[in-house]
Design a protein around this ligand. Structure first.
Ligand code: ZN
Length: 223
């Protein structure tokens, strides 16, 4: 039961921060858990909580610039939110690691590799830094849920795994959460682009860029 509550809370929070494709010129701003304004990193309003997101997302979600710290205002048109195209709905059976899940697809138990990203290894005897937190993040998002799979040009890799973009439906929110991009945005994944599966490469690159700017997890020591 507790796991379900955690997953619902994570999804609700991600739904607040996930809409919109970030502009390449985007900067990182910060919001608080309860406020209606966005801030610069140094603002005194961030004493109790500070959550990074792109300026584009902040504006799209209705946050206004703080009057105290005067953060940048949007100077470019806001990118339209990208919705998934054709998808197939499947139940998640198990989260294997940060970028692999087991689902039931056409009556069979199948492995799904999340396309376009790479999280630290924790299987086959490896235990790379941030691998377990990446898996826990994905577990909180997806455990016991039904997700939408969206395929790119190639539907399977050479190991027979399905290759997919995974979309999770937020509770009470019509906009699905783009899970591959969330892993990247919160610093749990690097960009891994293998042509011809490049449908969301720009969006994923922007998500990694936002994580680096926030020095999140994998990027906490980046100069
Ligand atoms: Zn402020």
């Amino acid at each position: 039961m507790r796991r379900i509550i955690v997953a619902a809370a994570v999804l609700a929070f991600l739904a607040l921060t996930s809409a919109g494709s970030a502009l390449s010129s985007d900067v990182t701003v910060y919001i608080t858990r309860t406020g209606s304004c966005y801030h610069t990193a140094e603002c005194s309003c961030l004493r109790s909580s500070a959550m990074p997101l792109s300026l584009t997302d902040a504006v799209e979600r209705g946050y206004r610039p703080c009057k105290v710290c005067k953060p940048p205002a949007p100077d470019a048109p806001i990118g339209a939110a990208t919705a998934p195209a054709e998808t197939v709905e499947v139940p998640v059976v198990r989260v294997v690691d940060g970028d692999t899940i087991k689902v039931r697809y056409r009556g069979k138990l199948e492995s799904v590799r999340l396309v376009g990203i790479d999280t630290p290894e924790i299987t086959r005897g490896k235990n790379e830094p941030f691998g377990k937190p990446a898996g826990a993040f994905l577990e909180a998002l997806l455990a016991d849920r039904t997700v939408l799979l969206e395929f790119d040009v190639e539907r399977r890799d050479r190991y027979g795994r399905l290759l997919a973009y995974v979309w999770a439906q937020g509770d009470g929110d019509p906009a699905p959460v783009f899970v591959n991009a969330q892993l990247a945005r919160w610093g749990y994944a690097q960009l891994l682009t293998i042509p011809p599966n490049v449908k969301y490469v720009e969006r994923l690159r922007n998500a990694v860029g936002a994580a680096k700017a926030a020095r999140a997890n994998l990027w906490r020591d980046i100069q």
